[in-house]
Design a protein around this ligand. Structure first.
Ligand code: NOJ
Length: 764
């Protein structure tokens, strides 16, 4: 048969299967039909074609230009034409995607369409706040909407698969990728994981949604000393109670793909971990999508000291359950020989190919491989106003008011002399954050532009000092200005004459993200010096922070009256910040990650263990768990965030103090807005399990609710405690509950709560 007739046979067999009447009472007629389609396709594929489905290449030549003749690009091009590629990454734009898809569909023997993966992490061209910022909104609808927007815009550019969400729980602000996750809490992180998966994937039958990918499986954020890619050693207890739940939540939300990770976990590289990929993910959780390796992570098992060479690495990875090889070339080069030598069973190849093909069917690519390739739609969609509105909305919700002494904020909208200082105040690239590979430089609204909308004040901008030495790409510490203070004098002069000074300081967007770990969590470069110099002449300072990780800024927390955490907020950054500064938006964000006083406190997180020596027994005692030169407490706690309203909590009541199995406890609390400003408050519910078969954290988030209150309004908020909320991975190595005493806490921050007690009684 020539390739055309095989394609015809394939299409016919697929049709026959889909027209077959589903058997009554079968578990899922739809799934069975889909499985049959996949099986019928698999049955006509050669071993090499199946292995081809497991191979993913990075975009490799000027796609609409002449075909590459030599080198790596020519190899990739030939592999593509020979049906040895299942997916591409980093190809975008309908023209390019169409050109490549056409080769796969028209020039390969079976015409199997490709998946096009891309890092649509926080928006595509219209950029949303970094995920850590979005997590600060605690607003699951806004977070889902932001993922939807990213998906729709990327889909319009031909992309059908995002490598997001990153659901790694992170406790170490030195690690540059904390910007890409939802912070330190497992419960919040799990809710956000599900919201983002739903936002990206939505209804996959449309051309507005794309495949999501839960990554990095697993433990990546627990890199020793916060150094990216470093060794990870965590106990089973931490793995199951802290790290894995957001991944499980992603599976429950229907995520179609997983990405494994670069790190080793307790001595085994995650890419070669059967425990993670085969036992936990595919067996225990019944995940029926596929796992892609991280970039080159299969061959990275060689320097890890776990594989002898690329062939050995391919053998380990496929056996461990890594289904697709991203840019290691290991599968395409060695799997066929490994099968022929009897080292790898063909069943493993079939299983991996089956998973990948199934996802392609689910995406509708066999019905229409060019589903995402419509140039008119691309033109009408990319950058549309609706996207700007959505990213502005989530940007405002992501801002956290850390401090506001003497109600310095919001600023009066007229009659004031306002000085705006800091290189970041005019930066239109840095607010785009770290993962903005599809966005154009200089497309964010700067703080200056945002503030210029408020025309009835006299606004004067002066830089004060450069943050970087002219660098906008791959910024790292050697590109930071640490010496040039020549602009200070002018800034001091302007500040002296101002009623209020707004200083925009922090990290460049590209100082965070992959490979950008830091040992210093202070303000980079000469910014701290600039802040202190301005403070000497004008104490009315509003510090607006732009950053991708918690910072250690004890001097500012002590001295500066108002501090606004504005992260890297994306395309609409300056508008969001200005609306908050001028009171047109009342902030409601709460920190999803603890801010330390000092980098040496890291890892620092609210749900720590109590230890055997939690407090000082007598005055001046030495032998308790503490530092002799720093407090144990954070600078700003998880869950902290102020508002222009003043919220007061009282009357915490439990409907019963005994929880029986199958029963529940209603927890009610009274929340009053004791101010003349309408606002929203994220009411947080925490629980402590006093005694456990393994020690339990001092507090764990178990629920939250966003409550809107009019001036002076009071509402009663109710949470329901059920047995399920008390379960954890116990000393029996399983998820279960244990009877005993518990505490419940409610408040507007993990460190400001009111509390009550209850007992959980187990009858079986
Ligand atoms: C490496 C990163 O770790 C991963 O998160 C990303 O999706 C891939 N590169 C592809 O760009």
């Amino acid at each position: 048969m020539d390739f055309k007739s095989i394609k015809y046979y394939l299409i016919a067999s697929v049709l026959v299967v889909s027209c077959a009447t589903p058997k009554k009472g079968s578990f899922s007629a739809k799934t069975k039909t889909l499985d049959q389609k996949v099986d019928s396709l698999l049955s006509i594929m050669t071993l090499d074609e199946k292995i081809g489905q497991l191979n993913q290449y990075n975009g490799f030549w000027e796609i609409t230009g002449p075909a590459p003749k030599d080198g790596q690009a020519a190899k990739k091009y030939n592999d593509l034409k020979n049906g040895l590629v299942g997916s591409m990454l980093n190809v975008k734009g309908v023209k390019d995607v169409y050109a490549i898809q056409k080769i796969a569909v028209e020039q390969t023997r079976l015409g199997i369409p490709l998946l096009f993966g891309f890092d649509v992490i926080h928006g595509h061209k219209t950029i949303s706040p970094i995920p850590l910022a979005e997590a600060a909104s605690w607003d699951l609808d806004a977070i889902k909407k932001s993922a939807q927007v990213g998906a729709e815009e990327a889909a319009a550019e031909g992309i059908n698969w995002t490598f997001a969400p990153m659901v790694d729980i992170s406790r170490d602000a030195r690690w540059g990728r904390v910007m890409e996750g939802a912070g330190e809490d497992t419960y919040l992180g799990s809710k956000i994981a599900a919201a983002r998966v739903n936002g990206f994937q939505g209804d996959l039958s449309t051309n507005k949604n794309i495949l999501a990918c839960a990554k990095h499986f697993a433990g990546y954020a627990f890199a020793e000393a916060g150094r990216d890619y470093n060794t990870v050693m965590v106990s089973d207890e931490v793995l199951h109670n802290v790290i894995l739940p957001p991944f499980k939540a992603s599976v429950d939300a229907g995520v179609k793909t997983f990405m494994n990770s670069f790190n080793e976990l307790n001595g085994v590289p995650a890419t070669g971990s059967k425990l993670l990929q085969r036992d936990i993910l595919k067996k225990n959780w019944n995940f029926d999508g596929f796992v892609v390796s991280d970039w080159g992570s299969i061959i990275e098992m060689i320097p890890h000291g776990y594989a002898k060479n690329s062939k050995h690495a391919a053998e380990i990875a496929i056996q461990a359950g890594s289904d697709m090889d991203m840019e290691s070339y290991a599968y395409v080069e060695h799997l066929s020989a490994l099968v022929k030598e009897g080292k790898v069973s063909e069943n493993l190849i079939n299983d991996a190919a089956r998973r990948i093909l199934k996802v392609k069917f689910e995406l509708g690519l066999f019905d229409n491989p060019y589903k995402y390739c419509d140039e008119a739609h691309e033109k009408a969609t990319v950058g549309k106003q609706e996207f700007h509105d959505a990213v502005l909305d989530v940007a405002k919700k992501s801002i956290v008011l850390l401090k506001n002494e003497n109600n310095l904020l919001p600023l009066a909208q007229s009659g004031k002399k306002v000085a705006l200082i800091g290189a970041l105040a005019t930066d239109k690239t840095s607010p785009l954050g770290s993962w903005r590979i599809a966005a154009q430089d200089n497309t964010a609204v700067s703080v200056l532009e945002g503030m210029q909308q408020y025309k009835n004040n006299q606004l004067t901008y002066v830089k004060g000092a450069d943050l970087t030495k002219g660098r906008t790409q791959f910024v790292w510490e050697t590109h930071i200005n640490t010496t040039d203070t020549s602009g200070f004098a002018e800034a001091i002069d302007v500040a002296k004459k101002a009623d209020v000074v707004v200083m925009v300081l922090g990290e460049h967007g590209l100082q965070t993200g992959e490979g950008r770990s830091r040992t210093d969590l202070g303000l980079p470069g000469v910014q701290q010096e600039l802040l202190e110099a301005i403070y000497k002449v004008n104490k009315n300072i509003v510090l607006v922070l732009n950053n991708g990780r918690p910072l250690a800024i004890p001097w500012a927390a002590e001295n500066i009256p108002a501090i606004v955490e504005a992260w890297h907020l994306g395309t609409e950054s300056g508008n969001a910040i200005a609306q908050v500064l001028y009171g047109d938006y009342n902030p409601s964000g709460k920190l999803p990650m603890t801010f330390p006083r000092n980098v040496a406190q890291v890892p620092i997180y609210y749900n720590y263990k109590n230890t055997g020596r939690p407090t000082m027994n007598e005055p001046e005692s030495v032998f308790w768990s503490h530092y002799s030169d720093e407090k144990n407490t954070p600078l700003f706690a998880f869950g902290h965030g102020l508002s222009y309203s003043k919220f007061e909590y009282s009357d915490l009541k439990l409907s019963t103090t005994t929880l029986a199995q199958g029963g529940n406890i209603n927890v009610t609390v009274s929340l009053k807005n004791n101010s003349a400003v309408a606002g929203k408050e994220v009411v947080q519910l925490y629980i402590r399990d006093i005694i456990g078969s393994t020690t339990r954290p001092v507090k764990e988030l178990k629920g939250f609710e966003m409550v809107a209150l009019q001036p002076n309004e009071t509402k009663t908020i109710t949470f329901t405690i059920t047995e399920e909320m008390l379960a954890f991975y116990t000393a029996n190595n399983k998820w279960e509950t244990e009877a005993g005493d518990f505490k419940v806490f409610v408040g507007g921050s993990s460190d400001k709560t009111i509390e009550a007690n209850f007992e959980f009684i187990k009858t079986n």
